[in-house]
Design a protein around this ligand. Structure first.
Ligand code: CTP
Length: 212
């Protein structure tokens, strides 16, 4: 299969030296890309800025910075792909205006006006066809209910929900505690495991959903 994986945060610039972003380390998405390569799939990794090395054996590595860059890169990458695993932590908002020069402290605004970024999965799922789309849901409460709503809204085949406030789950750590939520409402709660192990399970789900 040709599998596209997105990973990492996006950066939304306020001026040339400052940006809005989030705590994503890229570890979960990179683990999925690695598992896909190891399972023999042609794998494309579209990644926001992270400090970990890309897995060996990718068909392509596409670095991006902002949410809009990521949408453009993924639009191209999913053409001709069989599946998309969207592990990136896309910034939902960007500054309404990015200043072209550094804002000095004497002229610092009291507030930064924001505007919404595109919802990448929602945008891509309009032309999804028979492709398998897997999303993640990082929640801080009622993870499964929130994930089920996102799965429907974004027309996903599977969503991997996790409560990022639980010890052993979430940002920067090497483990995760996830629940698979499916379109028929069924859920499968997995025990604490390494992101590498969870990644292999996600790739196995993608294969099953694609009928491989
Ligand atoms: N996602 C996306 N585009 C965005 C935001 C999120 O494609 N602008 C994707 C993420 O990569 C993830 C899924 O949508 O696979 C759910 O992301 P999450 O941040 O949990 O949800 P949001 O849609 O941002 O909803 P909310 O802010 O209400 O939690």
């Amino acid at each position: 299969m040709r599998i596209v994986v997105s990973a990492g945060p996006t950066r939304e610039f306020v001026d040339p030296v400052r940006f809005l972003s989030n705590r994503s380390s890229g570890k979960m998405g990179y683990a999925v890309a690695q598992a896909a390569v190891e399972a023999g799939h042609e794998t494309v990794l579209v990644s926001g800025p992270v400090s970990i090395p890309a897995p060996r054996g990718l068909a392509a590595f596409v670095p991006v910075v902002s949410a809009r860059d990521m949408l453009a890169a993924l639009r191209k990458a999913v053409k001709g792909a069989d599946a998309l695993v969207m592990a990136a932590a896309v910034a939902d908002f960007r500054p309404a205006r990015a200043c072209r020069r550094k804002i000095h402290k004497g002229e610092m605004p009291g507030a930064i006006a924001l505007k919404p970024n595109p919802d990448i999965l929602a945008a891509l799922s309009r032309g999804k066809g028979r492709r398998v789309f897997v999303g993640f849901a990082a929640e801080t409460e009622r993870a499964e209910a929130g994930a089920a709503a996102k799965l429907r809204r974004k027309k996903l085949d599977l969503i991997v929900a996790n409560d990022v406030t639980r010890p052993g789950a979430g940002f920067e750590v090497d483990t995760n505690i996830a629940t698979f939520v499916r379109p028929d409402g069924s859920t499968e709660t997995l025990p604490l495991m390494s992101k590498a192990e969870l990644a292999r399970k996600i790739v196995a789900q993608v294969e099953a959903l694609a009928g491989v």
